[in-house]
Design a protein around this ligand. Structure first.
Ligand SMILES: [Zn+2]
Length: 336
């Protein structure tokens, strides 16, 4: 059996013919294995879904409990056989519940990493490199210019700004699954004990993180229907990026716009979004993490799913690793 017989790309996503399942399909299929809860990877309407407990719960929160015909919980590190193919989920360090999926048959192992990162994140289990023959990686930040700083440094910039501008409400744009909770947890690690105000779109996911044992400290809704009282001046408000641009954010006292994203490395994006305080905090691997992870797996072949494929494919070739882009459609790298 060669690697392309074990896994191949189809319009729906990565497909395993002998196991008859897809990984992170972008269209409804009979059987889906899902790496994590971000909406471009985890879609509703599959016949059966296998994912970690947290990913299943997150899908339930987002889509309602009937999001799939059947659900099967995958425990990290536990191998199950799907139509003769050995399948194991391993932590990916991306968001709560995120996993890499190892697919194995006839002595050949392919690891589909989904989205992943190696930098510190108190809200999820850390990435574990898995030895494999073929490593499938994304390349959202697959250019050497992308080096993410220590997230603790970015958080200290935010706390410094709060001291400098104690009357201004610091509104932090952060994606609602993963980034928002990570920013809050990092603020707590840095000793920030004040109430943090959250946009309504974050409430259920923040509550779920807390339920699973990720402490986020005192949180309050940033706005309450029919009530005029706003967070006090100098508070931190966390909101999804979409709320940053509209009237919602202008109700706060002299708002100072912050945005937590790997894209904040790019000055043009900072300007375009009118961000005053960019925080380079990413839930995706930067260039050094991508190349280190490829090396750590010992893979002799690399498939690149989405992002800036060319540079990473070239790096692999220069390092004696065969590589090819998969050109999978339907995954977003903006939502970071
Ligand atoms: Zn993701």
């Amino acid at each position: 059996m060669n690697a392309r017989q074990l896994l191949r790309s189809r319009p729906e996503g990565l497909y395993c013919p002998s196991g008859d399942f897809f990984i992170d399909p972008v269209r409804p299929v009979e059987r889906a294995l899902i790496t994590h809860g971000h909406s471009d990877h985890a879609r509703a309407g599959h016949g059966a879904v296998m994912a970690t407990r947290e990913t299943l719960d997150i899908m339930g929160l987002r889509y309602g409990t009937g999001f799939a015909g059947r659900m099967q919980e995958a425990r990290l590190g536990e191998t199950v056989t799907v139509n003769g193919v050995r399948v194991t989920f391993h932590p990916a360090g991306h968001v709560l519940g995120s996993a890499q999926i190892s697919v194995e048959a006839n002595g050949l192992r392919i690891v589909a990493s989904g989205d992943y990162k190696r930098s510190r994140d108190p809200t999820c289990a850390a990435f574990e490199p898995i030895t494999c023959d073929v490593f499938i990686t994304e390349a959202t930040f697959g250019l050497p210019v992308f080096t993410h700083p220590d997230p603790a440094h970015e958080i200290s910039q935010l706390l410094t700004s709060l001291k400098q501008f104690p009357e201004r409400t610091h509104i932090v744009g952060a994606y609602s699954l993963g980034k928002a909770q990570r920013v809050i947890a990092l603020l707590r690690e840095a000793g920030y004990g004040e109430t943090i105000y959250i946009h309504g779109a974050l409430a259920r996911l923040c509550a779920y993180y807390e339920e699973t044992g990720v402490p986020l400290g005192p949180l309050q809704p940033a706005t309450v229907e029919g009530k005029a009282d706003a967070p006090p001046a100098g508070a931190i408000v966390v909101a999804p990026p979409s709320a940053m641009d509209d009237r919602w954010s202008r109700r706060f006292a002299d708002p100072l716009s912050c945005f937590a994203s790997g894209w904040m490395r790019i000055r043009q994006r900072v300007r375009q979004r009118g961000v005053e305080l960019p925080l380079i905090i990413s839930d995706h691997a930067d260039w050094d993490e991508l190349t280190a992870s490829i090396r750590d797996t010992g893979a002799s072949e690399v498939w690149v799913t989405h992002g800036r494929e060319e540079a990473l494919v070239r790096w692999c070739e220069l390092n004696g690793i065969s590589a090819r882009p998969l050109h999978l459609a339907g995954y977003e790298d903006e939502a970071e």
